[in-house]
Structure formats: C-alpha cells, structure tokens
Design a protein around this ligand. Sequence first.
Ligand code: GLY
Length: 408
Amino acid sequence: MNYFKSLFSVCAVLALFSCSQQQRPETNVLDESLTFADQQFSNAMQITSDPNKIPRTLDKNRDLTTVGIYNWTSGFFAGNLWYMYKLTGEEKWKNEAVRWTEALDTIQYWSGNHDVGFMIGDSYGLGIRFDNRKQYEPVMVQTAESLCKRFNETTQCLESWNYRKAWDGKTEWFFPVIIDNMMNLELLFEASKISGNQRYYDVAVTHANTTMKNHYRPDYSCYHVVDYDEKTGEVKDKATCQGFTDESSWARGQAWGLYGYVLCYRYTKDAKYLDFAEKIASFILDNPRLPKDLVPYWDYNANMDGWNPEWKYNKADYPVIPRDASAAAITSSALFELATYVTDKGYREKATDMLMSLANNYKADPANNKYFILDHSVGSLPHSAEIDVPLVYADYYFLEAIDRYRNM
Ligand code: GLY
C-alpha cells in the first residue's frame, strides 16, 4: 500500500513538474515581451512627449511616425499604456495613460467618421475598466451620441466613411461601410450600459445584423467595403480598399469581423452571434492559406502573380507576400474571448499558439525599431502605405491577448 502511495506521490510531483515545465516558457516569453514593451514605449515617449503627436508606425528610415488626435489610430497608444498599467501594476504607466487619454477629449464630439469607437473606447474605455474612472463615463456616452449620428434608418447601418473614392481613385463610394466598423459597436454597448440608453444598444445590434447580411459570403469570409444607396438602402458595391481584390479576403478584415461578432455575443448573449463568430473562426483557422506559424499573409488570397500593376509600389521591394502581424494579434485576442464561451473546440490553444508565434518571431528588432513591440504588419498595400512595418494597433491587440491569456 505504502509502495503505491509513494509511487502516486512521485507521479503527482512529476506531473506537476512537467506541467510547470510546459507553462514556464510561455509565461517567460510573455513576461519578456512586457519588459521589452517597457523599453520600447519609454523610447517612444522620449521622441514624443506631446500627446497630440501620437506614435503610429515607422517611416522608410525607421524613424517614428506620429499622428494627431483625429487619426483613427489615436486611441491605441493610450490603450497600450493602460495595458502596461494593468499587466505590470506600475503607477508610472497609469500616469502616462491618463495624460495620453485625456488629450483625446474633444473626439467625443466628433462625428467625422466611425472610428470614434476605437479612439475613445480604447483610451477612456480602458481607464474606466482598469482604474474605475467614473469621470470618464460621460465621455463614452457623448461619443456614442456622436457615433449614432452616422446611423441611417434606411440602410440600417452606421456609415463608416464619408463619400470617398476607392484606392484606384476612380470607384466612388457614397455610403461606404467597412467591416472594421464592427469594432466600434463595443463603445455603443458600453455606453448603453453606462447610461441605460437603449438606442445605443439597438443601433449596435442593427448594424451587426445588416453587416451579417451584406458583408459576408457563403464561406464566412467577408468583403472589406459595402457601399449603400442611402435613399433606398440598396447595396451598390462590394469591394476592397486595403485587400488584394474585391473578391479576396483581406486578413485584418476577417480579424475585425471575428472580434466584432464575439463582442456582440458578449453583450447580447444572442446565440446567432456566437455561431457566426465560430464560422468566421473556421474560415480563418481551417484556411489552407493560413501559414503554419498562424500569422496570416496580408490577404488570404494574395499571390505574387496577381500583383496589380496599378498598385503604386515597387514590386521588387516586396519579393514575398507580406504577413500581417496585426491581423494575428486581433485574431488571437478574439479567440481567447471565444474560448471563454466555447471551451471544447481548441480556440484557447490556437490563440496561445498565435500569441507565442508573434512573441517569438514577430518582435521588433531594437536595432531598427526602437518604439514598438511587434513588427511585420501591413497598413494598406494597394495604397503602398505601411508595408511590413510596426503598427500601434498590432501592439494594442498583442497586449490585450497577453492579458486575456493571463486571465484564462
Ligand atoms: N480600420 C482601418 C484598418 O484596419 O486599416
């Protein structure tokens, strides 16, 4: 009997030991990423201490590029600082997060595009979540008011951009709605919770339903842009702005959609959103074009032969199809949340593998990138803009994914 008892104890100790051996590398790698982030973000703030000049990416000389508060990415740097505070507990990050957040104050009144959800939700929104800043709640509500001005009863959705032309400078869009817009719904749901105003919730749900109907193809991939006739609600165009072709699947767009429907389930508990999110997840995870390291090419359908001669960049500069680390970071974070609702389909493992792949192989090389955690993302290839560079929002979703990993 004693023999079996001892054997059992030895086995239990061995099992625990092997478990901690498996756990340790992941935890170590992610801890190292945070130490690295501390160094990189501190470097960035030495270049720009003015929160009206917000880090976004690097230019061709690998110098820091900043944007003003009206740029769609203006909230992410503050968000990164909030995540550093959450993940390290260090007060210095909170102080900086507050400073970079509050510089965005006037955005709450702005209804010039749909991106206010990113801008305010990822800055003020995190201040509420991580530091219980009740004084930020009215900002979320005012931003929801501004965003709802872009809702159209006839089209049954929120207009993303004002009238504009496509990347080719020819195709005209009058009421363009992009898949990215699903991300702004989080702010509407939060503002509805804060204020009790049902309209924000209803607008979010209506937009999600319209997008489900018009943006998605039978294989659960999505178009980037759907243009509507605002007088009749009719769909006039289905196209791309930042992807390979109109019919292709731009990787970040698939990630925005996945994240968007997971968050719709979070707030509504309507099973149709969960089911839809799982179908999008299958499109991504079962896609034969998803590389083994789980970091997608910038577009799932991209191929060198199909390179469009009208794109304004030198093909010789990019002899291989670029990856998009930002798409992987968004997807990993979304899968971590999906794994909390569906526990038995391996979403958590995939999310972890994706996160580890980013942490191990897509980290910035400080010799030529001193300000960001990750490298190798794509802004917009058809515009020849931000190809194979760091992007502030890739870091944001990477940090969010680390936080979600830790919470699992
Ligand atoms: N929302 C713009 C982008 O994903 O590039």
